[in-house]
Design a protein around this ligand. Structure first.
Ligand code: 8U8
Length: 612
């Protein structure tokens, strides 16, 4: 291990989707249990379009917040923070922001919103959120052109500032490259007149754009990963040249997807290809934008929080009868249709894709980079790259093998060597995602591609959804020779290799075990269990879920493989029983069992929460 580390900011821990009404539906609640369960808050922000459509109103100033309250509670319950687009229109009252009264009503609406969620979630909490403009105003802004948009911007800014000047607000999250509304907003913020105060200039706390790797197309266009960084640099350079006082603001690409069109099926969305590509794009941002260009890069987000099937851009594969394709064009939220759907939930199942497992592996990286002395590393040419970090009790290296070609495959033999390892007992853990490892789509194909998988098929899919793990325990003496291991990494593929020193203390018991019930396929009721667990013992631990018909036990493990994330879905047995969870370190030491929650198919309504 090289001691000369530099700070490593985990800037990719974000996702998004549309539309906000999904937050009130069971499919998204279950999705967020997975997304929020990624270890070390490996996904922290959730950026959702049309949030403010969830507010209803008969007239300006009289708002029903109840649906938005619930939407935010679902996020926060799953440890997620809103990347809060001030987008949407309460009962479609607002029509034109060139109208002075409407601009003032919007300002007061934003003030009411910020006060409400400060009181509900605390000032400290909402200061860690981001507030952003309307999504992609260059396409979706219809309330008064560029002048109206600037009034809207000032209303958002002043509305938030009235509650707390420390609330972060920026934008404009544009879809196209340097569109006119991007330029007019920056000019307004730099030298324009604030609609409300008459001051020259309006605050902007961060600048956000969208750049993706290929255009929208039904074909699998080859994403050009480097072009994402190159195109982002065009926005950065524009700001540096035209608005130098904004040059060091946090810069964000909060829709950094390989290809436009989340809903268009590209089978590679289900495959290790996407996992490896996402890791490579993150590393390119570290190398090119942060290290080389000195950009204050704050957030990179894939927009892959949607509900969809294998080929769609989602973290999980949905099985069930619904086609959830809202928000493909300008979206209007139909509140009464939403309420009707909430009242009659449909059965479904979700299976994790490599896109989400990749986030679990990325989440195991530490916050200090270590030098990588790769003689032959040239990732943008041959696809093999590495991100190495220090952990409090060792080191973790993320290796990816990814080229911008969907049909190219192969294998690399890699020698991973950790230098300067002090004497002690260590575990070397290797997690892998590649064809046939952590790859449930291949299992689904082998099963004949069932639309509605049976119970055993679902078990097989879920058994394949965790990254493949091998663990070896070694003793390091005082020789100062590097600790070396060979690794075969497929193209495409990613691996996380960690060297973890054995600590004196055993893993700590997980807390806050919660179970929620959902209607599953095959007439099943699923228990979705989630809990708090990491950050207490060794830096890399796994969880097990145990079940017993008797609260006192004996308990048996029901998860087929150790879990990195603090979430597990289990089909309820016909006999009532109890669940407990435990942590397990890489040396096989386990914590005590957590307190129990009951999982009983007979006495539950879907969606009921039971806290331990
Ligand atoms: C540039 C562009 C062309 C187009 O036809 O549609 C677009 C839609 C374009 C850019 C962005 C866009 O919508 C965003 O991207 C979507 C997607 O499916 O890739 C979604 O991920 C986002 O919700 C949306 O903001």
């Amino acid at each position: 291990m090289d001691r000369a580390g530099t700070e490593f900011s985990r800037f990719w821990r974000s996702t998004g989707f549309s539309p906000a009404e999904l937050l009130l539906e069971p499919e998204m609640r279950q999705t967020l249990a997975y997304v929020g369960g990624v270890p070390n808050r490996g996904i922290e922000f959730l950026r959702v379009h049309y949030m403010l459509d969830l507010v209803t109103a008969q007239r300006f100033g009289h708002y029903d917040w109840s649906r938005l309250d619930r939407a935010l509670e679902v996020m926060v319950e799953h440890r997620l923070k809103p990347f809060f687009e001030l987008m949407g229109n309460p009962s479609y009252l607002f029509t034109d922001f060139n109208n002075r009264d409407q601009a003032y009503h919007w300002r007061d609406f934003v003030t009411a919103l910020a006060e409400r969620y400060r009181d509900r979630f605390s000032a400290d909490e909402i200061r860690t959120w981001y507030f952003e403009t309307w999504n992609e105003p260059d396409i979706w802004w219809k309330l008064g052109g560029e002048a109206g948009f600037n009034n809207y911007y000032d209303a958002c800014s002043e509305g938030l500032r009235a509650v707390d000047p420390a609330l972060r607000f920026g934008g404009p999250g544009v879809a196209r490259r340097l569109p006119p509304i991007f330029k007019s907003l920056l000019a307004h913020c730099d030298t324009g007149e604030n609609f409300f105060t008459g001051e020259i200039g309006v605050r902007i706390d961060f600048i956000s754009v969208h750049e993706k790797g290929a255009r929208k197309h039904v074909e699998d266009l080859t994403p050009n990963s480097l072009s994402i960084c190159r195109h982002e640099m065009m926005a950065v350079d524009y700001v540096r040249q035209n608005h130098p006082r904004f040059a060091s603001l946090p810069f964000i690409n909060n829709e950094c997807d390989p290809q436009i069109g989340w809903h268009i099926p590209h089978t590679w969305h289900a495959m290790p290809y996407f996992a490896a590509l996402a890791a490579k794009i993150i590393d390119q941002h570290q190398r090119i934008l942060i290290d080389r260009e000195g950009v204050n890069y704050a957030v990179l987000s894939n927009d892959n929080g949607f509900i969809g099937r294998w080929g769609q851009r989602t973290h999980l594969c949905y099985f069930g009868q619904r086609e959830i394709l809202a928000a493909q064009a300008e979206h209007r939220t139909d509140i009464s249709a939403l309420d009707a759907r909430i009242a009659a939930p449909k059965p479904f199942e979700l299976v994790k894709k490599p896109a989400l497992s990749a986030m679990e592996l990325m989440a195991l990286l530490g916050e200090e980079r270590l030098a990588v002395k790769g003689d032959a590393l040239d990732p943008d040419t041959d696809g093999l790259g590495a991100l190495a970090t220090r952990l409090p009790d060792g080191a973790a290296v993320l290796l990816y093998n990814s080229v911008d070609r969907i049909w190219v495959s192969g294998t690399r033999s890699i020698r991973v060597a950790f230098d300067s390892v002090r004497p002690g007992t260590y575990a070397i853990a290797t997690f892998r995602i590649q064809n046939g490892m952590g790859d449930p789509f291949t299992v689904w194909e082998e099963l004949g591609g069932p639309d509605i998988p049976g119970p055993d098929e679902l078990d097989a899919l879920r058994a394949a959804q965790e990254p493949e793990l091998s663990i070896e325990t070694i003793r390091v003496g005082g020789s100062h020779r590097p600790v070396e291991r060979m690794l075969e990494l497929a193209l495409p593929g990613i691996a996380l290799v960690a060297l973890i020193e054995r600590s004196a203390s055993a893993p700590k018991v997980p807390t806050q075990l919660t179970v929620r019930h959902y209607p599953g396929l095959n007439d099943a009721t699923n228990a979705v269990l989630f809990w708090q667990g990491e950050g207490q013992g060794s830096s890399i631990e796994l969880f097990d879920v145990l079940w017993s018909p008797d609260q006192e036990g004996p308990y048996e493990v029901v998860n087929p493989a150790g879990l990195l994330s603090s979430v597990f879905v289990h089909r309820l047995n016909t006999v009532p029983g109890y669940y407990r969870v435990r942590s397990r370190d890489l040396f096989g030491r386990t914590s005590e069992l957590s307190s129990a929650v009951s999982g009983c198919a007979e006495d539950v309504e879907p969606g009921i929460v039971r806290a331990a």
